[in-house]
Design a protein around this ligand. Structure first.
Ligand code: ZN
Length: 317
């Protein structure tokens, strides 16, 4: 039983209007869903993805203006890598970042592929990875000024920092069925353990660095809250839940997120994982043509729409 790769990454923003501008305009992603935090309806929950909101392309943000900036450290999700097609795409993005004054480290090589490390305006650590033209199941968004041939095609990998690999490795390999593929040095000279989810490659890699001497990260704006992995349907999710609970790991119940169904579990104090179903997807409550244009509310909040809309700050998209 293998997970199907990365489903989505959920991160934190303290400046949601700028966040919208960066992910939709600078990165050219589609805002496929504009919703609210179900526990605090004065805050947005935004979802950026490809044109059709394919699983494996969706970066989401909690709008937490008062949380303060993330304190970077170990025991956390430290970077999110997106995929683009070919070295020409990386060159395009480097030039675009230069022009738009996006902080980046230039084109580097990691694990035999070109990569471009960069940050969003709040210090969210991101990379673009040359996927070398490998198959992509989704459809790129053609509604921004990014040339579709160079557009972001979902995730390549996420990177974790752990304190003790000997403790964590059995969780990755024996419990979650990831396979250690190889070890590679990144441009900063750190050893990165590359795990494959299923066959590995775009959307199916977990990169792990070991930092025993660093302080633990403290979540805040510019940080990642959790990463979700894909399952095809409720049956697979049930099987995974059984497997996790059998070894005594605390796992949440099944939570209906309307666009997918989710279970959550911590693999450490600081690292939260989720397993989410591919369906029903972002067209569950909106047409494909108009995804993300109006505020989407779960049915139980719909009666309060007017009050909720009045309490939200305007955002650009
Ligand atoms: Zn999630």
């Amino acid at each position: 039983m293998d997970l199907g790769g990365i489903h989505h990454v959920t991160a934190v923003s303290g400046h949601i209007a700028e966040n919208v501008d960066f992910y939709t305009k600078t990165l050219g992603m589609r805002l496929v869903k504009k919703s609210v935090n179900q526990d605090d309806v004065s805050a947005y929950h935004l979802f950026y993805a490809d044109k059709v909101g394919s699983p494996g392309t969706d970066m989401t943000f909690f709008d937490w203006p008062h949380i303060g900036t993330e304190r970077r450290g170990t025991d956390s999700i430290v970077a999110t890598a997106f995929r683009v097609k070919g070295s020409e795409a990386l060159a395009y993005w480097k030039a675009r970042f230069d022009e738009l004054e996006v902080a980046h480290d230039g084109i580097e090589t990691f694990d035999g592929r070109g990569v471009l490390r960069f940050e969003d305006p709040e210090g969210q650590r991101l990379l673009l990875v040359d996927d070398q033209g490998e198959a992509y199941e989704g459809e790129v968004w053609d509604g921004s000024d990014v040339s579709p041939e160079f557009a972001i095609r979902g995730f390549y990998a996420v990177m974790l920092s752990v304190i003790n690999l000997e403790q964590m490795a059995p969780l990755f390999t024996q419990l979650l069925n990831f396979r250690e593929a190889r070890r590679s040095s990144d441009a900063a000279g750190r050893e990165v353990v590359i795990y494959h989810i299923g066959a590995g490659g775009p959307g199916r890699e977990l990169w792990v660095i070991v930092e025993p001497d660093k302080a633990r990260a403290q979540l805040g704006a510019g940080g990642v809250h959790h990463v979700a992995f894909r399952v095809a349907d409720d049956g697979e999710q049930q099987s995974w839940r059984n497997r996790l609970t059998e070894i005594g790991l605390p796992v949440s119940g099944f939570i209906d997120r309307y666009y997918f169904r989710s279970i959550y579990f911590r693999i450490s104090n600081g690292i939260l994982f989720e397993i989410a179903t591919d369906g029903p997807g972002f067209t569950a409550d909106e047409d494909l043509e108009t995804l993300g244009e109006k505020l989407a509310l779960p049915p139980f909040l719909e009666p309060q729409r007017e009050r909720i809309e009045a309490g939200l700050k305007p955002i650009g998209a």
